[in-house]
Design a protein around this ligand. Structure first.
Ligand code: FAD
Length: 462
């Protein structure tokens, strides 16, 4: 055994002399490529135990099934390399320590995360490792640039405004993308544990998943690193070049849809950025930088999902009927209803639609952004605290928007980003017979033809 080491945030270059057996605890990094903790373990230790702990707090509907795909795929990749994914159920810290005792591990290495919950778990694990005299290290890999690695020259522990962050982020030196390890040397005689076929009884409506071979498709995407790498490869080859022109086209399929894979770490954000540079142009990289931006905000402000980042969001209305209508896609504003129904059906929503529905809830219906964020978080495949709450606070004017009073006019947005009405017709079948001219404003039909419910709020004019 080596001496206990203080939890040092992100020490990928740190040599651990004489490590015999390392537990690599997986969380939001379900991949073998460009995985700093796994790479270091395979490089420096005699044996490696990749571990995932299914905690009692299960992910919601869409994400639960996606996670199971990810675990099955990760296990298969590790088995191909002579290892395995050890799966345990219970409290992540308790199970890790139990396994460390069982295999005689002398180190626990894991990827650093940003949410308050994840950091609480990291803190407990560090303390337990110290008590048991195990080496504990946190590695990078969840973001391109680690939270806190760049800070404003004028002071403060994080950037509050995106554009200066973007400049600093672009100027950071990046490490090389790591290959997947060739061999993972698992200690003999270890029971790998079962990956459940499904998670019982969680809220979150079924995505109408369709069985496809080994994996189940959730909405439109199958989980796991293999599917992620295929998707990224196809997108970079065939679609990325058009991204700046089509990324806001609601009906098109012009964005990468890699967000769920980034959420679960099936893709390394550093690898995505590195491979995308020069293909998708600056616009795509800039979006990935938004992800890092919100992660560094969440790291500095762990209550991001509950408390206004910038106080003074105003009075919220307690209107359950309006909230229910919004959730169910029955507000009477077709573009809002289409977005909400896409979310329900696919566990995903186009970014432009997310902006429109969020703005409608907080700025028109005046319902608290936390209720909208909770609903998104329940249903989104890519739902993560930093991006979800960061974007919701941005929409509500309580976050990092430099124009907090901005209101998106849903009709103008609809006409601009869904000019033919195809997006609305795809998700709101009641309107599929209407032409582009009227589909965004069905209340303008002559009254005998008006069958769509009237808007909850007086319709804004385009
Ligand atoms: P692309 O356009 O292909 O962009 C590539 C990647 O850049 C995305 O995968 C994502 O990782 C990142 N990105 C793009 N836009 C943003 C953004 N505004 N903020 C942060 N990162 C961004 N994204 C999440 O990953 N999880 C969430 O829970 C989430 N909640 C959101 C809630 C609201 C109200 C809004 C307005 C946006 C939210 N987003 C969230 C951001 C964005 O909508 C999604 O990342 C994007 O739609 C994912 O699709 P894509 O992979 O095709 O994106």
């Amino acid at each position: 055994m080596i001496g206990a080491r203080k939890c040092n945030r992100l020490a990928p270059g740190c040599e651990s002399v004489g490590v015999e057996c390392v537990i690599v605890l997986f969380n939001r990094d379900l991949r073998v490529h460009d995985h700093p903790a796994l790479d270091a373990a395979c490089d420096r230790a005699r044996s490696v135990v990749p571990l995932f702990v299914i905690e009692p707090k299960l992910p919601s509907g869409h994400r639960g099934g996606f996670l199971l795909d990810c675990l099955a795929d990760l296990r298969s990749s590790l088995r191909d390399r002579g290892g395995d994914l050890v799966v345990r159920r219970g409290d992540a810290v308790a199970e890790t320590m139990r396994l460390a005792d069982e295999v005689g591990a002398d180190a626990v290495w894991t990827s650093a995360d940003v949410s308050g919950y994840a950091r609480g778990r990291e803190g407990r694990l560090a303390a337990e490792c110290e008590r048991a005299r195990l080496d504990f290290q946190l590695f990078g890999g969840v973001t391109v640039v680690a939270p806190g690695a760049v800070v404003p020259a004028g002071g403060g522990d994080h950037y509050r405004v995106f554009t200066p962050y973007w400049r600093a982020w672009q100027a950071t030196r990046r490490r090389a993308v790591l290959p997947a390890p060739e061999r993972v040397a698992l200690p003999a005689g270890l029971a790998p544990g079962r990956i459940p076929a499904s998670f019982p009884g969680r809220r979150g409506r079924s995505a109408g998943g369709v069985a496809s071979g080994r994996s189940v498709r959730h909405g439109t995407l199958a989980g796991g690193e293999t599917a992620a790498r295929e998707r990224l490869q196809r997108w970079l080859r065939f679609s990325a070049a058009d991204y700046p022109d089509v990324r806001d086209d609601l009906a098109g399929d012009g964005t990468s849809k890699v967000s769920p894979y980034l959420r679960f770490g099936c893709l390394s954000p550093l690898e995505v950025v590195t491979r995308a540079e020069g293909v998708g142009g600056e616009e795509f990289t800039r979006q990935l930088c938004w992800r890092d931006f919100f992660h560094q905000v969440a790291y500095a402000f762990p209550e991001i999902n509950r408390r206004d980042y910038r106080p003074g969001g105003g009075e919220w209305r307690d209107d359950k009927d309006a909230l229910d209508a919004w959730r169910e896609g029955h507000t009477g504003i077709p573009i809002v209803d289409a977005g909400m129904r896409q979310l329900e059906a696919e566990g995903w929503m186009h970014n432009r639609a997310r902006m429109i529905v969020a703005s409608y809830l907080v700025k028109h219906l005046r319902v608290d952004w936390r209720l909208g964020a909770d609903h998104f978080f329940d249903l989104l495949l890519d739902g993560d605290v930093a991006n979800n709450s960061g974007n919701w606070q941005w929409a509500a004017g309580t976050g990092n928007d430099t124009r907090p009073n901005r209101v998106l006019n849903p009709i103008r947005q609809a006409k601009r980003f869904d000019p033919d009405g195809d997006y609305v017709r795809r998700y709101v079948p009641e309107l599929e017979h209407l032409s582009a001219k009227i589909v965004h404003e069905p209340w303008k039909l002559p009254s005998p033809l008006r069958r769509y419910p009237p808007p909850l709020t007086p319709p804004p004019t385009a």
